[in-house]
Design a protein around this ligand. Structure first.
Ligand code: SF4
Length: 93
């Protein structure tokens, strides 16, 4: 199976360590590609992204938003935050 950027391969699809998830062997034994949310210098600190997807975005002491790794179950929420940002400061990739 060939993975495209951003595609998340389910734990059961791991040919290299079948049963790894059930055995609790950890992330290093599974094949996954993570996506990240980044915030650029256009951020005006409105807080919309952190309110929409608090798992992926936090407001820093600088008054600006900061992104991070996007868990697979938060991707839609992170995209909603990106799309709602009034200054288009958020990138997901
Ligand atoms: S929604 Fe956009 S402008 Fe508002 S805090 Fe988040 S990144 Fe900054």
């Amino acid at each position: 199976m060939k993975a495209e950027k951003g595609e998340i391969i389910g734990l059961s699809e791991n040919r290299h360590a079948p049963g790894a998830a059930r055995a609790g062997l950890g992330a290093e034994s599974t094949r996954r590609l993570f996506m990240n949310a980044t915030v650029n210098e256009n951020c005006i600190g409105c807080g919309l992204c952190a309110g929409t997807c608090p798992v992926c975005f936090t407001m820093g002491d600088d008054g600006l938003a900061h992104g991070g790794e996007i868990p697979e179950n938060q991707l839609a929420s992170a995209q909603e935050a990106r799309d709602g940002c009034p200054v288009s400061a958020i990138s997901i990739g």
